[in-house]
Design a protein around this ligand. Structure first.
Ligand code: PXP
Length: 245
């Protein structure tokens, strides 16, 4: 079974477009869970462009299976994470001018900061995952720094323009997953996954968790959150059962 973490950031994006109080991402989380989500993922950004501190605090007691907070290595957000205690924290890079997270966190270049963040979050009893590119040095460094998991970014795969590029990216992801698992890391993936490109990813045997936001929220706007999540879960389940036969 692959866990589906539903990222509800963009429900909050719609709310923040009007600085209003609807749609409420907390309501969206409840519906996503009813649709079969194995967890809820939110990214509390420094600029607070979508998820707010209030959302995170309300989600904590409501998401009883798995709350995953994506965050940058920023003291203020790290302290909040330690107070609210999501089940999992995924460290991501963050730039104010980006539309969405662009590429993985360079854990080699930021080794000292990442090591400190992992230590702080782990001491609060939170599992730490690092969002990285499918790169051997990044994986090895993640293990050495004490991460429990890596979330290998699938953005480059999702944006591939030709079948050859797509195959090459898929191969990189499969190799990264194998190496990470051999090192004892849990393997998560996400970014840019949708109803059409997800099945090739679910065929990678080491993948334990997928975090998917934009495509599910986009479908939810038209067909409702429960149905959008159920349809994604169906794709994940079908492929998992195909794999075991
Ligand atoms: N994983 C990480 C680390 C992310 O930063 C994001 C985007 O917030 C996602 C997964 C979900 O990406 P998408 O919205 O493209 O499905």
């Amino acid at each position: 079974m692959i866990r589906l973490g539903v990222n509800i950031d963009h429900v909050a994006t719609v709310r923040q477009a009007r600085r209003a109080n609807e749609p409420d991402p907390v309501a969206a989380a409840v519906l996503a869970l009813l649709g079969g989500a194995d967890g809820i993922t939110v990214h509390l950004r420094e600029d607070r462009r979508h998820i707010q501190e209030r959302d995170l605090r309300l989600l904590r007691p409501i998401v009883t299976n798995r709350l995953n907070l994506e965050l940058a290595c920023v003291p203020e957000i790290l302290a909040l994470a330690c107070e609210v205690r999501p089940d999992e924290c995924t460290l991501v890079p963050e730039r104010r001018e980006e539309l969405t997270t662009e590429g993985g966190l360079d854990v080699v270049a930021h080794e000292a900061t990442v090591r400190q963040a992992i230590a702080q979050l782990s001491a609060a009893g939170i599992e730490v995952s690092l969002f990285i590119d499918p790169d051997m040095v990044q994986i090895e460094t993640s293990r050495r720094l004490g991460a429990k998991a890596v979330e290998v970014q699938t953005a480059t795969y999702s944006e591939a323009k030709t079948p050859q590029q797509r195959e090459a990216e898929l191969e990189k992801l499969a190799t990264a997953a194998r190496v990470a698992r051999q090192m004892g890391l849990h393997v998560h993936m996400g970014h840019g996954l949708n109803y059409y490109n997800v099945q090739a990813i679910t065929a990678i045997p080491e993948v334990e968790e997928l975090n998917i936001g934009h495509s599910i929220v986009s479908r939810a706007v038209l067909v409702g959150m429960e149905r959008a999540v159920r349809e994604m879960k169906l794709l994940l389940n079908r492929s998992t059962s195909a794999r075991s036969h």
